[in-house]
Design a protein around this ligand. Structure first.
Ligand code: AMP
Length: 285
């Protein structure tokens, strides 16, 4: 596996006449099995794989969150070397390599940025769009792999690729969980032990809500999830929203879910000062 830190090295690799397809997995490092599942999927589908490790400052609306974000480059390289070979590379750039000048581009995503992470993390998706479009320009992948854990991000990136007419196929991969159900996240390592012990209840509550979906109003499902999580000491729900799977339009509190439609229940919460997100599909049949 090659390790690159400059845009020039990436361009030389892309221009060297590589055969077959290039799969790309953008990450912010502090890698875990969730990230590795994306790398495995890329390895299976593509002849070359590129993994970037870049903690993107423009997508953090909270400066202390950026400062506290875990950084473990040596462990990350070791882990990636178990899956990647000479056909593949990792890209660990400095901030000035990605942003030689300030990026002032403003993206618009209509209704899909009006809910959930959009209003709760102002500027977040604009920063994601800036970094992903820049990385796509540098790496020039055929396919890019993202986790369904960041459900809304996948919808934003599909829209980004469409708006910019980029020749990149976006592939969304399932959420990888710890044995108690907690969705793997780089942020989990910052959880206090007493919060980590109860964090499996997030997924268990989502599963219970999914089971209740065919027989309950949206209002009751929301009350159930919020009540359960807020009852855990030190946990605070930021939002639990039920949205239509493609448009991300929230389902009105007083209506029933419609058979035949696909919905997702999406949660963001704080466990102490650690912000976690998760989601589950709500099926009616
Ligand atoms: P991050 O490093 O948190 O920016 O994540 C990089 C990529 O890994 C994103 O596409 C995430 O959605 C994905 N990812 C993070 N956690 C998981 C997980 N538990 N299961 C699957 N994919 C994940």
């Amino acid at each position: 596996m090659k390790v690159f830190s400059t845009v020039d090295e990436i361009a030389r690799f892309r221009d060297s006449g590589i055969k077959g397809t290039l799969g790309f997995v953008p990450t912010m490092g502090a890698l875990h099995e969730g990230h590795m599942s994306l790398v495995k999927a890329a390895k299976e589908k593509c002849s070359h794989v590129a993994v970037s490790i870049f903690v993107n400052p423009t997508q953090f609306n909270d400066i202390s969150d950026l400062k506290k974000y875990p950084r473990t480059p040596e462990e990350d390289k070791k882990l990636l070397s178990t899956l990647l070979d000479d056909n593949d590379y990792i890209f660990i750039p400095e901030v000035k390599e990605i942003y030689p000048e300030e990026d002032n581009r403003v993206f618009h995503f209509g209704t899909i940025e009006k809910v959930m992470e959009g209003p709760n993390r102002p500027g977040h998706f604009n920063g994601v769009a800036q970094v992903v479009s820049t990385l796509f320009e540098i790496v020039r992948p055929d396919m890019a792999f993202f986790g369904q854990k960041d459900f809304q991000q996948v919808a934003i990136l599909r829209d980004l690729v469409k708006q910019l007419k980029l020749p990149v196929e976006i592939i969304s991969c399932p959420i990888i969980r710890e044995s108690d159900g907690l969705a793997m996240s780089s942020r989990n390592r910052r959880l206090l032990p007493e919060h980590r012990k109860r964090a499996g209840e997030i997924y268990k509550t989502l599963v219970a809500a999914a089971e209740m979906a065919p027989t309950h109003f949206v209002h009751d499902l929301k009350g159930f999830v919020t009540g359960k999580i807020n009852a855990i000491p030190g946990f605070r729900v930021e939002y639990f929203e039920i949205v239509e799977s493609l448009t991300l339009v929230p389902v009105n509190d007083k209506t029933d879910l419609q058979a035949g439609e696909r919905y997702y229940g999406c949660i963001a919460l704080y466990a102490g000062d650690v912000r976690l997100i998760d989601n589950i599909e709500l099926k009616l049949e």
